[in-house]
Design a protein. Sequence first.
Length: 562
Amino acid sequence: MTQSATILPSDFIRDIIDDDLRTNKHKACVATRFPPEPNGYIHIGHAKSVCLNFGIAGQYQGTCNLRLDDTDPLGESMEYVESIIRDVRWLGFDWGERLFYASDYFEKLYSFAVELIKTGNAYVCSLNADDVREQRGTFTEPGRESPYRNRSVAENLDMFSRMRAGEFADGAHTLRAKIDMASPNIVLRDPVIYRIKREPHYRTETKWVIYPMYDFAHCLSDALEGITYSICTLEFENNRPLYDWIVERLITGSRPQQIEFARLNLSYTVLSKRRLIELVKKNYVQGWDDPRMPTVTGMRRRGYTPEAIRNFCAQIGVAKNDNLIDVSLLEHCVREDLNNRAPRVMSVLRPLRLVIDNYPENQVEEFEFANHPQNPDMGTRQVSFSKVLYIEQDDFQENPPKKYHRLGPGREVRLRNAYVIKFAGTVKDEKTGEVIELHCTYDPQTRNAPPADGHKVQGVIHWVSAEHCVPAVVRLYDRLFSIDNPGSEEDFTKYLNPHSLETLTTCYAELSLKNAKPGSQYQFERLGYFCTDLDTTAKQLVFNRIVALRDSWGKVNKESTT
């Protein structure tokens, strides 16, 4: 099991485990599990659970299982299973031989249901779904007992067997736990634990026409695997009494303990799987791996690192109360990690042609650049310099403000690791008046040296040689939503950020990136961190912006509302 280098602080879950170890509650055993349903790709919220469960198992020399809770065949698929396995492994965790499926236990779960019937703790109910809901009652009124609640054990066993045999239509009958229709906890008002569903299962195909409900299968799967701590999010807190009721009636010896923690809520995105599915199916995004998505596969494609995600999960910690975490913290963790590992290169995203008038025709110089200013072990590279360059359009202004330290009339700047140049003139488009070419002069004595008179040149800009660069497409990704909590809105798609993706098709990158492989991460100097996209081919470089060099979102939003 791979562990994050981050030291995890103590929290209330670890305090419970420490107390149990002192009393030898589980014979010094710590066993956890990560149990996603394979009906979608996992997201950053799941990553928090992955890090917590595998982290606890590693910290206490225990085990953590990966289990696919595949009890509802509708929407489940091997595509999702494979994506979950791939993403958890990419996050840096290994479950060894402990990969399980709830569907592995269908026969055993059926036997457990039969046992509940035999002990008078379950009955076959013939009410339809609407009637079951109507008779369940409200938070202030108790429920009403089903007219089928007192069927005999023999009749229940016969009908449940016939349900399995496929004699009844979908929805004709359900198996319900017989608990308490007057319970103040609505979850305990005779919940359905089996239903008829003629839907082929991606693993068991058409073998079963009845399927256990999640609440029934989940706790018993935990027990069958010897799980000691069933760690889940707060929305399952009201279900804990049902979890305990089931295992107490069917499991002898050590039983798993359910512990709830606050789920991750991240600003400027949604983490509801139902809503993520809607984004994908209605083509608001370009699939589960769209770099704007909060899915692990989307973040990987964007260029996030597993180390950054694990560090983020460690920093937000484990709490009992829900809160909204600012996505800028995640971006900070990504930026911090990439600052140490990403080689520096030069690329121009919005090119402006620059001609150095007094530079010799056909001369080419090779300058040595460090790949990382603080890490000499990352080596150096050669960058070609010539008479015609590309610089960023916003590194020139005809009427620059006072604190603008880049090119303009009468101004000079230093080209990164090269010469000082001085503005000489412009060439403009005759129809639009737009500047399409700059002309400058250079001082050949200023290579890595100040001008002869010793004055300080304030601005430094990056560049690429027009004859020694490669064209590239660059995708600039931003927040998927324009408000900080879109999950609180019923019509959440109304708040999709129309500027969450900008594609630049006429960019230029230095020649060292010609053979950049998909997934490679770089810092484009002065521009941010970028990753070579999966769409990159031998004929076309494609880069994704991972994150800017600094958080400017808050400032931009503030300015836009004033």
